[in-house]
Structure formats: C-alpha cells, structure tokens
Design a protein around this ligand. Structure first.
Ligand code: PLP
Length: 358
C-alpha cells in the first residue's frame, strides 16, 4: 500500500533528495569511497556542499547582497533566544499567533522589555491579526509567518517601520517572497528545506553588533557569518540534504512553480473541507495556511473523529492527527507532498461522508 505522508515535521522530502543522500552515505561522489558521514567539514568536499546550499538558497529566495545566510544547529527554538540576545537592547515587539510565538516571547523576556503588539489568542489563534499599530521605538518586531499548529499564515510580506524578524520554519520556500522587507528570517529546516538538525538564518548584516551585552561566541551571528557557518562542526549530513532539496526545488521551476503547486494542493483540500458535511476548518478563510491544513469534525459528528483517523490510516494516510490544542486533523501539505496524496485524502473524506451522512 502506498503511504501518504502528512506529517507536520520532520515531514515529506523530495524522493530524489533522499535517494541521493542514501547514495552519499554509502559513497560520497568524488571521495573514492568515503561516506558522507565520515568526511571532515574542513575539506573541499564539504565546502562545496555548504557553498552550493548557501548559493541555491540565495538564488531561490532572491536574497539581496547585504544579507548573509548561515546554517547552524539548535533548531528554531534556539533562535528564540539567539535573536533577543543579538538584537534586543530596550524593547522588542511580538505578534502572538500561537504556541511557537508564545515560546519566542517567553525567551525574549529574559533579555529586555517585550511588548505583545497584537494577538489572536482571543479566538484560539484562528486568525492573523491585522491593522495593528507598530510602535516605532521597537528594536524589532517578531512575527511567525506560518502557524504550524493552528493552520494560519501571512499571505504577504508585511510592511514594518522597524526591523522585521520572522520565524518561517514551516513556510520558507513555499512561495516567492521579498526578503528585503525583513531584517532577519529563521527557521528549522525540517519541513520544506531538509531533515531535522539544521537551522537557517538569513540576516541583514547592518543590524548586528548593536547591543551592549557581551555575546557568547556561539550566539553571536557574526562568528557564524565570518566562518561560513563553520565556527563549530556543522550538521554535515543535514546540510547535504538541504542542498539536494534545493536542487530539486530549482529543477521544478523554483518558487513560482512551487507556489502554484502549493496553492493548487491547498485549494483542493479546502474546497473539500467546505463542501463535506462532516468537516469544518477552524481558521478564518483569508488566513488559511497553504502548508498546514487544519480541520475538525462538524458539529454533531464529533464522535467520529477517532474513526476517521483509523479509516484514513487504513488507507495509508499518516500524520493526520491534529495537534492536541486544536484537536481534529491536520494535513501538512509541504512542498514535497504530491498532489496525488491530497486527492487521495479528499477521496477518503468523500467515502467517509457517504458512510455517515444519509
Ligand atoms: N517555529 C515554528 C513555526 C515551528 O513549526 C516549529 C516546529 O514545528 C518551531 C518553531 C520549533 O522548531 P525546532 O523544533 O526546530 O526548534
């Protein structure tokens, strides 16, 4: 039976990236038989992998020259404190759109004054706050562009009068974007970009070195930049798979084509959620995520939740259980998920409706 992988992260990756990684684990091309897992990062072999991953990221996203891209460890959660450590002198603003934003806020508070300038907590994070005032005395404003757990997403790069910092863990590389609207973008790679173990940071260099506190070497972005992401031992394997994933993304036509496919996939599934009598989507329509599609049983059918999950599982669909804070289901439709998997899920929802709605 074919497996359809709707996991929220780590999640589905392009098959060819995985196959190339498997080959490189056995024999990294050009090394005469060494495994990717046993090469030194201080070699031409790794340098080439790191440089290409970096260059592809710059090319695909259109990253301007005054920004640097680094690959580091620690996950996006480590950036929750690295960002205020490097940037927060007096006051930072945060938009609270869910669990990950809250964690970022909690860590930032250790470093200075934090103002939550907008929040969607009043409606269980089912929307993206808009039209709020951004104070001009902030060191930076932090947003989470895609809320993996609640299934909401900013669909445009917002204008900010202060340095804009964005957690793009779950929507990076899903659409073309204007990097120049941000001062810093970061995220864990383990959704659209590669496997767990590597974190990307894209930073406009002029914002660094402005805080008065001393910075530990591993925290100071300038060290990672100066050493081409090799201040300490980098996650060699993960960066290799990032490179393969970015090669795939380029080969299919880059972010324009990726965006077209992602909109198409999400459209198919949201149409079914809106049509099917058994399901409803909690997120407001205009803020619905293209990456994490959340839905729950419609009123009156709540008791069918476990049965639907079991039914979908019996058809090869995995990772559909919603986060416990939202309940119901979450279909993560990241870049590498084929349209066929979404169509398969829709067919399954239709069959389930026939079984239960007379
Ligand atoms: N931010 C967002 C939007 C996420 O979805 C996640 C994980 O799913 C994180 C941050 C945390 O990432 P990590 O596990 O890499 O620390």
């Amino acid at each position: 039976m074919k497996i359809h992988n709707f996991n929220a992260g780590p999640s589905i990756l392009p098959r060819e990236a995985i196959e190339n990684a498997a080959k490189a684990i056995l024999n990294l091309e050009g090394t005469g038989g060494l495994s990717l897992l046993e090469i030194s990062h201080r070699t031409k072999d790794y340098e080439a992998i790191n440089d290409e991953a970096n260059a592809l990221m710059r090319e695909l996203l259109g990253v301007p020259d005054n920004y640097k891209i680094i690959f580091v460890g620690g996950g996006a959660s480590t950036q929750f404190f690295h960002i205020p450590y490097n940037l927060l002198e007096k006051k930072a603003g945060y938009v609270n759109t869910g669990v990950w934003a809250k964690k970022a806020i909690k860590d930032a508070k250790l470093f200075g004054n934090v103002e939550v300038v907008a929040s969607s907590e009043d409606k269980n994070f089912s929307y993206i706050p808009k039209g709020f005032n951004i104070p001009t005395d902030l060191d930076y404003l932090h947003i989470t562009t895609n809320n993996t757990i609640y299934g909401t997403e900013y669909h445009a790069d917002i204008d900010s009068p202060v340095n804009l910092v964005a957690d793009m863990s779950s929507d990076i590389l899903s659409r073309p974007m204007d990097v120049s609207k941000y001062a810093l973008i970061y995220g864990g790679a383990q959704k659209n970009m590669g496997p767990a173990g590597v974190t990307f940071v894209i930073v406009r260099e002029d914002i660094l070195g402005k805080v008065s506190r001393p910075l530990p070497a591993m925290v100071d972005y300038r060290n990672a930049i100066e050493c081409d992401s090799m201040y300490n031992t980098p996650p060699v394997f993960a960066v290799f798979v990032v490179r393969e994933t970015l090669r795939w993304l380029k080969s299919i036509g880059g972010l324009q084509e990726m965006y077209r496919r992602n909109k198409e996939k999400a459209g198919i599934l949201y149409d079914e959620i809106d049509r099917n009598k058994l399901f409803v989507g909690p997120a407001v329509k205009e803020d619905r995520s293209l990456m994490n599609i959340c839905f729950v049983m419609a009123p009156g059918y709540e008791n069918l939740s476990d049965e639907f999950l079991a039914f979908a599982k019996s058809r090869g669909m995995i990772g559909l259980k919603g986060h416990r804070l939202v309940g119901g289901f979450r279909a993560s439709t990241y870049n590498a998920l084929p349209k066929e998997s979404v169509e398969y899920l829709v067919a399954c929802m239709q069959e389930f409706e026939k079984m239960h709605v007379k």
